[in-house]
Design a protein around this ligand. Sequence first.
Ligand code: 5RP
Length: 262
Amino acid sequence: MTADLSPIDKAKFVAAKRAVDYVEDGMRVGLGTGSTAAWMVRCLGEMVREDGIRVTGVATSSRTADLARQVGVPISTLDEVKWLDLTIDGADEYDPRLNLIKGGGGALLQEKIVATASDQMIVIADAGKQVDTLGAFPLPVEVIPFGWQTSKALIEEMLANLEVTGRSVSLRLDNGAPYRTDENNFILDLHLRQIADPHQVSMVLNQVPGVVENGLFLDICDIVVIGGGDGSVEVRDINNGTVEHEQIDIVDTDNLFVDVQD
Ligand code: 5RP
């Protein structure tokens, strides 16, 4: 079935397949959210079912938890596990320092908590997510529903004094109604185009009353695994400064789709 994948799905699949090489027997693993992370959960499920590897997964969304259960990855809670060896997640953008924008799939809050509670964070992505400067992808900001319009106005006011190229803010919608996160919050998408100082923007945003968290993941990611539609992967490690290129064998296996209904 993997032979039928589109180039973009192949890129996501090989990035995920390479990333699960970092998972060792007995590890506690944070499971990201999104289409790339879903491939990782399937690959991990295959390792559990076929190789008997023992892992404890902590999901970053109800979607990921459902998928993990379907493919046989044992799930626990962060409160039970407390600390993780590794988190593997996707991203909407990554820059040369491996700073990220996340939250396109609406799971930024749990994703940031889980990634921060991990010894190591590995991001899996295709090359299209790479940028020189973060901000082309709208920056998601999770806000509580109470007084969200006031939070939005305060964010707009703060943006006027920040070095960003765009300043419009929109409420994320789902079928005409406000999109709801797993925590039942809303998401504001900030169309900033270019963020000159992500640390400053992140700090300022999190001071606005009503803001729960923003989608800037700064100094959290250790490794990015970039997949290509031809089965190539590039592994960049920001801590030891290495860049490695490899080719992943795409073996046609239906096992990845065992019990998966989505
Ligand atoms: C979800 C996320 C995702 O990791 C991000 O949106 C990338 O998703 P995909 O792999 O589907 O492109 O941050 O909140």
